[in-house]
Design a protein around this ligand. Structure first.
Ligand code: ASP
Ligand code: MG
Length: 831
């Protein structure tokens, strides 16, 4: 159990405090002891504690009465059990001094047995008798706590609310006879001046003097009533959570506790299902402006949530709630336009059918009226409205009365949004980005609540996305990585080490939930923590890309992202489908960007349709901002007239080095030994990889280019193309003489050799060895640098050049990571 200590803020200056503890807080002797300690640790001058029955006792009492009235003898056994439970608690709490209390309890249980026996005889259960019986739990409970405090030596008394509290059951519920109640209380107080009082919740008496209750869960109301009657300075409602949260933590684990709320905000949140006290029951406290503090019995040192007349805290939105199991009822008809009284008829029909309306929305065209009702009442609602408009339906003035079931209402609540533009936009943007469709919208002119109707299956995602959209929790991505090889492994490391900072500074949560290689995959529900490699190696599930994507989507996180670090065409084949499902794709894999045009178009179309992003900066120049630069040029209306450059670090190094002093084949062997080449150097020397990059850039520049269009000069002689890698390396010296000759020819003209890619609209794109002046930009690079030169309408005499290290797992992974962050920023992360 947590230590009990009153927070310092609550000084002796607070004179009278009313506390309310629910059934869970007094479930057994152990819990009563905890409550007593918590109360004794507090300083207030007058302490009034309102208690519920022990957990489950009210239900048990109702059950007893029903059994007895139905003639079921089983009530006797239940009665014994209930008495035993209370006796045991009394013994545990009061020890040697339990004697009088056992007698007290037994007398009441005897009286209860008499009532039950009488019910068995009359064979029915009058409301009056039920009221008498169901409130007994509070009577027992208050006695147990009050006696316990006395046994601990405290100046404590028990107040049975049935002796002072007078209420009246009216049409809008229970109302309190304040005058009568206050007068009786004052009288009672004269003979009971104790500093600590324990009061029964739930029960009262009516004007005729009959015992009654305040309705199920009425003890909160009791708390507020006694706070008013005692003119308390504060009302503390003790529950099992730290206060009011910004959202249901079962749906949004990142939900934050709210320090302060206004009464209005609390009412809105409560209405839409947040775990806050019910506004109606709090009205006695609210009318008197009493601060209500919601706090945790299990964490008494936590300050909880303070609800007062003034709003507090930052941000336009305090909290978000979700009401499930609703249905939209839509009445549509050309005959409704401009006809007064239509809305009234709809709502009158619903009222007559006893259907409660949760939300209303009507567009100003008046063509349709839409309201939200409980799913269980949807059929009844529809029938009622169909009947009410049967004449208009037959006459064709009303075309449709429709229900859409299985919807949820998401409500964003906060005083801070009144008069502040952009709040609704932020909500809709967050939902739009998470691909959540909105069925209907309502905002009251108090501007304290925006409600949207969404499909029930989107509800969780919608709540999470909106919560993150208001920065109440981080933007969360469900992330899967394919191909944990060189680049993939480097990326996973970078992701892992950047994670804490991204969370703290950018409120971005890139949650790694799946890793796949060619052979197998790891699917993690919560996200891979710590050593991804060990976890991945231990996984044994065979690769299944459908299951992989389904798993990523199944978390219902606001955003889903697949990072493909494989070089596989098969994986690239999936991109369009993933994008169509709203999954963002980031990749250094060149297959999609340079593969068949049909596939490329399908990818672009899917991305455009759903707004999911496809990014592949690292396919050209690794981490260098080549594609981003090109996109900026094109997006700002520039026209690209030529693209040229050295796109291969390997080929750059070879020709920067090649001066004739070392034969070409030996340079290749050296480059391979240093890891500058692919395991099979022909992959670099063939020029195909360079050609792929050229196609990607040409397409980005807006031209329909294909690999087949590129004239590729392969540096691998025909004869060596089929050989094994070893054979190839052994026989590569066969090319040395030819290269030496080309170099000599170039030099004779005062030129140097470089392997260059070139594209210009209207000309055949090419990659191959060219001769350049020794002072050309491409001839003066650092050994393995890449260079890309864009000639455009704006950059025509002096082309725009991007240059720098363009290979290696680290920089490539960083290029991929940068794309990931761009996607996140596009989804609203604060980067
Ligand atoms: N014991 C009553 C009930 O369960 C009142 C309350 O606990 O608020 O409804
Ligand atoms: Mg790049």
């Amino acid at each position: 159990m947590s230590p009990v200590a009153a927070p310092p803020a609550e000084s002796a200056a607070v004179r009278t405090v009313v506390h309310k503890f629910g059934g869970t807080s007094v479930a057994d002797a152990e819990r009563y002891r905890h409550v007593a300690q918590l109360l004794l640790a507090r300083e207030e001058a007058i302490q009034v504690t309102v208690v519920s029955a022990m957990k489950g006792v009210t239900d048990a009492l109702i059950e007893l009465a029903k059994l007895a009235a139905s003639g079921d003898e089983a009530w006797r056994e239940r009665w014994h059990e209930l008495r035993a439970r209370h006796r045991a608690a009394a013994v545990s709490l009061l020890g040697e001094q339990v004697g009088g209390t056992i007698e007290w309890l037994d007398a009441r249980f005897e009286r209860l047995a008499e009532i039950l026996a009488a019910l068995a005889v009359i064979g029915e259960l009058p409301q009056e008798v039920l009221d008498r019986v169901q409130g007994l739990g509070e009577v027992f409970s208050a006695q147990l706590l009050g006696r316990h405090l006395q046994v601990l030596g405290e100046d404590a008394d028990v107040l049975d609310a049935r002796d002072v509290l007078v209420v009246n059951h009216g049409e809008l519920g229970v109302d309190v006879d304040w005058k009568a109640s206050a007068a009786t209380l004052a009288l009672w107080r004269q003979s009971h001046p104790a500093r600590r009082l324990v009061v029964t919740g739930f029960v009262a008496r009516d004007r005729k003097g009959h015992i009654t209750t305040l309705g199920r869960n009425g003890s909160d109301f009791s708390g507020a009533i006694f706070a008013a009657l005692f003119a308390a300075d504060e009302l503390h409602i003790w529950t099992d959570v730290d206060g009011v949260l910004s959202a249901d933590p079962r749906v949004v684990p990142e939900a934050v506790q709210l320090e302060a709320l206004s009464y209005d905000e609390a009412c809105e949140l409560a209405y839409f299902g947040a775990k806050v006290v019910h506004p109606q029951t709090m009205s006695p406290a609210i009318e008197r402006g009493l601060p209500i503090i919601i706090r945790n019995t299990f964490q008494p040192q936590h300050p909880g949530t303070r609800i007062t007349a003034a709003s507090g805290g930052r941000g336009p939105i305090k909290g978000l709630t979700l009401s499930p199991d609703l249905a939209v009822l839509n009445v549509e008809g050309t005959g409704l336009i401009g006809v007064p009284g239509t809305a009234e008829r709809v709502f009158a029909a619903l009222r007559n059918a006893h259907v409660s309306v949760v939300m209303i929305s009507q567009g100003s065209s008046e063509h349709s009226i839409c309201c939200v009702v409980r799913q269980a009442e949807a059929g009844r609602a529809r029938d009622a409205v169909v009947q009410a408009f049967s004449h208009e339906l037959a006459a064709g003035q009303v075309q449709r009365v429709q229900t859409t079931e299985g919807v949820s209402v998401l409500a964003a609540v906060g005083d801070g949004m009144a008069g502040q533009p952009g709040v609704a936009a932020r909500l809709f943007e967050a939902l739009g980005r998470a691909q959540v469709n909105i069925l209907a919208i309502a905002q009251g002119s108090s501007e304290r609540n925006i409600s949207v109707v969404v499909d029930g299956k989107d509800a969780t995602k919608a709540l999470r996305a909106a919560h993150a959209g208001f920065w109440l929790s981080p933007q969360t991505f469900s992330v899967g990585v394919i191909g944990p090889g060189n680049v993939g492994a480097a990326l996973l490391e970078q992701l892992r080490s950047a994670q804490p900072q991204l969370l703290a500074r950018a409120r971005l949560d890139l949650r790694l939930r799946a890793i796949a290689s060619r052979s197998h995959m790891l699917l993690e529900a919560r996200g891979v923590q710590g050593d991804w490699k060990a976890a991945f190696d231990a996984a044994s599930q065979p690769l299944d890309l459908d299951a992989f994507a389904d798993h990523l989507l199944s978390a219902r996180l606001p955003h889903t992202l697949i990072i493909d670090c494989s070089g596989s065409a098969e994986v690239a084949e999936r991109y369009a489908g993933w994008l169509a499902a709203g999954i963002h794709v980031v990749t250094p894999n060149k297959q999609a960007g340079s593969g068949p045009l049909a596939r490329y178009r399908a990818i672009r179309e899917a991305a455009a349709a759903t707004g999911a992003r496809f990014r592949y900066e690292a396919t050209v120049g690794a981490g260098l901002p080549v594609i981003t630069t090109l996109r900026d040029l094109v997006d700002t209306g520039d026209e690209v007239s030529a693209i040229a450059g050295i796109f291969s670090g390997t080929l750059a190094w070879l020709f920067n080095k090649y001066d004739g002093s070392v034969p070409f084949s030996q340079l290749v062997a050296q480059a391979r030994a240093m890891g500058y080449t692919e395991p099979d150097p022909r992959d670099d020397l063939s020029g195909v990889d360079v050609a792929r990059k050229l196609v990607i850039l040409a397409r980005e520049a807006g031209y329909e280019s294909s690999l087949e269009d590129v004239a590729v000069e392969s540096l691998v002689p025909e004869a060596l193309r089929q050989a094994s890698v070893e054979d190839f390396m052994a026989r590569l010296h066969e090319v040395d003489a030819a290269f030496a000759q080309r170099l000599a020819d170039a030099r004779a003209r005062g030129l140097v050799l470089r392997y260059v890619a070139q594209f210009a609209p209207g000309q055949a794109p090419s990659v191959g060895l060219v001769e350049l002046p020794a002072d050309h930009a491409f001839a003066n690079l650092r050994l393995t640098d890449n260079v890309v030169q864009f000639t455009t309408r704006r950059y025509c005499d002096n082309p725009l050049v991007v240059q720098g290290p363009g290979a290696g797992p680290e920089v490539t992974a960083a290029g991929v990571f940068a794309d990931v962050l761009r996607v996140a920023a596009g989804e609203g992360a604060r980067l």
